[in-house]
Ligand binder design. Structure first.
Ligand code: AVI
Length: 324
């Protein structure tokens, strides 16, 4: 199974078809019945959605993953100096642990704790990490940092580095982002820090192409959420009747993704349903593009102290180190 986007995986997906846990079911149906219908982006990441997300990260238009990778490589030494050696690296939503491998090597990390909802997949990834870096005490922990997290008691409480690459923090509205950053800070207290990747504002055409690629992979990813919702709540969405929409909203500096009804739709699920008019939209994702000073302000609100950052030559992406 491919990597699941950090902190956006969900505990409902392992349920039998149409048998999502009651709280997931009501979360989904309440959001579908709201005047502005929405589906939380965490429901993107079933098996197919995770595969599509991985394909997105390789698209020519999706600059985020490769820009971050290049930044980490280019400034690897400076980042390692800022972070310091001998760290306990904790990665929420670790997935394949690919990004952590280079970082742990550079930092001569003593411990690695990968955290992911998909614990089975993570076990394999952590085993590969152990094989690549035999000196590293690497563990897999099943869990979701957004829901609070308990680490194994023998993981040192000092010199922790929470590693949150991929700009997934941008998928949270600012108050949620601050709450999540505060949880990461709590994990890193005792001389610890956060190393986080964030996508920055850039020309609108570049942003919109990254979320509406020519090959239609992002469109398929967006529509797949309807198939996943069908499997969770037993609804009868026809994904082919919904059009992918992605646009930059400059007022709040975010890409918004929506699904737009191609014609009138009657959608039913056990115990309810909703009619959608032609052109009506379901809001599926926000991806905030915070300017660096605005993101630093969010870090401060979450209690982080000093920050240091590295950006690429175009100023498209930043890696930020913040002391807890
Ligand atoms: C996971 N996250 C950082 C991605 C993003 O860019 O906001 C999710 C995504 N949505 C569409 N394409 C990628």
């Amino acid at each position: 199974m491919p990597a699941i986007a950090p902190s956006l995986a969900l505990p409902c997906q392992a349920q039998p078809a149409g048998q999502a846990r009651a709280e997931c079911r009501s979360e989904i149906t309440d959001a579908l019945l709201a005047p502005q219908a929405s589906i939380s982006p965490k429901y993107f990441y079933d098996r197919r959605g995770s595969e599509l997300f991985e394909a997105i990260t390789r698209l020519p238009e999706y600059y985020l993953t490769r820009t971050e990778r290049a930044l980490m490589r280019r400034h690897g030494r400076a980042i390692a100096e800022a972070v310091g050696a001998g760290r306990v690296v904790i990665e929420p939503g670790a997935g394949s642990c690919d990004k952590a491998r280079d970082l742990c090597r550079r930092l001569a990390a003593t411990h690695f704790v990968g955290v992911d909802i998909s614990a089975d997949y993570l076990q394999g990834a952590v085993a590969r990490l152990r094989a690549a870096l035999p000196g590293l005490d690497a563990r897999a922990v099943g869990g979701d940092i957004t829901a609070g997290l308990r680490l194994p008691p023998d993981i040192p409480g000092q010199r922790r580095l929470v590693f949150y690459p991929g700009s997934s923090i941008g998928n949270f509205d600012p108050p949620q982002a601050v709450a999540l950053l505060a949880q990461m800070r709590a994990l890193a207290q005792g001389g610890g820090a956060l190393l986080i990747g964030i996508d920055l504002p850039k020309p609108r055409a570049v942003l919109e192409a990254a979320y509406d690629d020519a090959a239609g992979v992002t469109a398929a990813f967006n529509r797949n959420v309807l198939a996943h919702v069908n499997s969770l709540i037993g609804s009868d969405f026809d994904p082919r009747q919904w059009r992918h929409r992605a646009f930059f909203n400059p007022v709040v500096s975010r890409i918004e993704m929506h699904l737009e009804a191609l014609g009138p739709q009657r959608v039913r699920w056990p115990g309810g349903g909703r009619d959608f008019a032609a052109g009506e939209r379901i809001h599926t994702e926000n991806s905030y593009k915070h300017p660096l000073p605005a993101f630093t302000a969010l870090l401060r609100q979450a209690g982080f102290a000093s920050t240091q950052s590295w950006t690429d030559a175009r100023g498209w992406y930043a890696v930020v180190h913040a002391r807890a």
